[in-house]
Every structure is written in structure tokens, then in C-alpha cells.
Design a protein. Structure first.
Length: 80
């Protein structure tokens, strides 16, 4: 059996994360941010290239009878 647990970050943690992001932006500066944005766009373009048909054809599609579902339990706490 699997258990899925849903959590919510604390306000204190979210504020620290925001401060860390701002400090990193200051450290990188405008030129550093621009360079990283360009790298991101190149990576997204590479990632979005279509998969060659010969690669896809190497995989067989199994029948639905081979799909086995895992029983799960969802637990939540502190969500109002």
C-alpha cells in the first residue's frame, strides 16, 4: 500500500525562500539573469524537439491487462 501526504509550507519558510531568491537575483545582476534566461530558452527548445519515430518504434505498447494499480491512502492535515 502507498500513502500520499499533502503538506503546506509555513509562512516563515515562504518568506525565507522569497528573501533567498531576491538575494540570488542581486548576486547575478541583470547580465547574469539574462544569461540564465537564454540558457533556459535553449534547454526548453532542446527538450521540446520531437522524438524521432525510429526511437518511438522501439517500444511496444502493452495490453491494458498488464496495468496493476497500487492502492493508496491520501492524508491531509492543517488545510483548513
Amino acid at each position: 500500500m502507498s500513502v500520499a501526504i499533502s503538506v503546506v509550507a509555513s509562512l516563515k519558510l515562504m518568506c525565507r525562500q522569497g528573501a533567498r531568491i531576491e538575494a540570488r537575483k542581486q548576486q547575478l545582476g541583470e547580465a547574469g539573469l539574462k544569461e540564465l534566461a537564454e540558457k533556459l530558452e535553449l534547454a526548453k527548445a532542446e527538450n521540446n524537439k520531437p522524438i524521432p519515430k525510429e526511437v518511438i518504434d522501439q517500444f511496444t505498447i502493452p495490453g491494458v491487462e498488464s496495468i496493476h494499480f497500487i492502492p493508496t491512502v491520501v492524508c491531509t492535515s492543517g488545510l483548513g
